[in-house]
Design a protein around this ligand. Structure first.
Ligand SMILES: Cc1ncc(COP(=O)(O)O)c(C=O)c1O
Length: 450
């Protein structure tokens, strides 16, 4: 009988080509794969009604306008909020920027962040702190559990205008208690923005019930096309924002001296939109609607447990929260003495396992702990046991080689060229020697890969 994941897998063309068959895609936290239905929906747009929405009145344009509004309607249903609260954006980063740059913030206002935010929810605040004198406060998250409600309440001092936290972490999958965070913030007179890019793909959200003021998410992490995302604003919340961009389709009228902004989502959707992407994203949400999210959570948890069990005796250093009960499908680790990009190249070249490596855009957290980065494997509904087994085989081989021949260098791949900008080629803390040992992948060593 086909496994739970196998039944979804068939719908993903990237996994079905001869190139895709040799690959274990374990990088869904960066970007998920796209089912055929989504590709078809985008193809239909370009081949059957390639008009611009909201402007012209001809048949193709009217059809696009209807499709875009149908997606907004469906977003309301899928994410549990009023459809007029959903703004089409390119990604989570843009959604956070729309809120940060749109709120009427003043010198001295405090923004509360965790110490584990993605750069998308850090850099914009640092920029504003410099420009207008915001004060940034960081809540330190515990190592042994997802969240400490007492220290959070202590951090909600007078003057906190906005709590801006991730809902689930891209670094270790840690899930924060959304309702509790919102409730305490509102009691303290603060608004809440949640970065839901890692939570939305794995949880059926009820945003209105959650009570959050703003919620940002990326649809390309939930089977949608690249460059598609949503910003949700609770009733009235969007109207409190100045638009980040101004221009066509955001106003009801203009004359040479002034203009009147449209209400709600329209005022934030300036210029011609990514119609194919929005229509494709609608197909992605309709596809996800068929998935039982509690079954998916069970499947992802099973993969976590298997990976955890299979690597327990290996010399891995797990990174971030380990406890699988309070985290999503992310497994972050370090092989002591090996650069994380070298591990990723080894797994790709030798085993066809595609993982993320480096600081996962959470440089602040890694640097505060003196870590050069980690390897991150992440799962989604199409991830199979066999793919996780391949990862385990790759880790095992690499760990054994490092154990035996710690100073051997990889030939045939050049990880330093792939190292992300600004990252130094230094060894892991605690390691003696001038550079990380490189180990030759199995395939590069002339042996067959598995
Ligand atoms: C927690 C978190 N926040 C924000 C982002 C940024 O998402 P995007 O690149 O889609 O804007 C990511 C991307 O991986 C993320 O994991």
């Amino acid at each position: 009988m086909a496994s739970w994941a196998e039944r979804w897998r068939r719908d993903f063309p990237a996994l079905r080509t001869s190139r895709g068959k040799g690959v274990s895609y374990l990088d869904s936290a960066c970007m998920s794969l796209t089912p055929r239905l989504v590709l078809q929906a985008m193809d239909e747009y370009y081949s059957r009604y390639p008009g611009c929405g909201g402007r012209s009145v001809h048949r193709w344009s009217s059809q696009v306008t209807e499709k875009v509004e149908a997606m907004r309607e469906f977003s309301g249903h899928f994410f549990g909020g009023d459809p007029s609260g959903f703004v089409h954006v390119r990604n989570t980063t843009e959604a956070i920027n729309v809120v940060a740059q749109g709120l009427d913030l003043h010198r001295g206002d405090v923004i509360l962040l965790t110490d584990q935010e993605h750069n998308s929810n850090l850099v914009v605040w640092q920029t504003l702190a410099k420009a207008i004198g915001l004060r940034l406060k960081f809540l330190e998250l515990p190592d042994d559990r997802a969240f400490d409600a007492d220290s959070y309440r202590d951090a909600l001092i007078k003057g906190v205008r906005l709590v801006s936290f991730f809902h689930a972490s891209n670094l270790d999958g840690r899930l924060l208690p959304g309702s509790e965070i919102v409730e305490s913030a509102h009691d303290a007179g603060a608004q809440v923005l949640l970065d839901g890019s890692q939570a939305a793909p794995h949880h059926r959200l009820q945003l209105a019930r959650l009570g959050v003021d703003y919620y940002a998410l990326s649809l390309h992490k939930m089977l949608g096309p690249t460059g598609t995302g949503l910003l949700y604003g609770a009733p009235g919340a969007l109207d409190r924002l100045h638009p980040l961009l101004s221009g066509g389709e955001t106003v009801s009228w203009s004359d040479y001296a002034s203009h009147e902004l449209l209400p709600g989502p329209a005022r934030f959707e300036a210029g011609l939109q990514n119609y194919a992407g929005i229509i494709g994203a609608h197909a992605a949400l309709r596809y996800l609607e068929k998935v039982d999210f509690s079954e998916m959570a069970g499947h992802e948890r099973h993969l976590q447990m298997e990976l955890d069990r299979a690597t327990r005796d290996m010399p891995l250093q797990r990174v971030g929260l380990i406890e699988p009960d309070s985290k999503g499908p992310i497994f972050s680790f370090v092989i002591p003495g090996v650069d994380s990009h070298d591990v990723a190249l080894f797994l790709d070249a030798g085993y066809g396992v595609l993982v993320r490596s480096g600081m996962n855009c959470v440089h602040s957290w890694y640097r505060s702990r003196g870590l050069e980065g980690s390897v991150r494997a992440s799962f989604y509904l199409y991830t199979t046991d066999r793919e996780v087994e391949r990862l385990v085989c790759g880790i095992r081989e690499l760990s054994e080689r490092v154990g035996k021949r710690g100073s051997e260098r990889v030939r045939g791949s050049s990880p330093s060229r792939r190292r992300s900008r600004g990252q130094r080629a230094t060894p892991f803390p605690g390691q003696n020697g001038s550079s990380s040992p490189r180990v030759r992948p199995r395939s590069l060593a002339g042996r067959s890969s598995r």
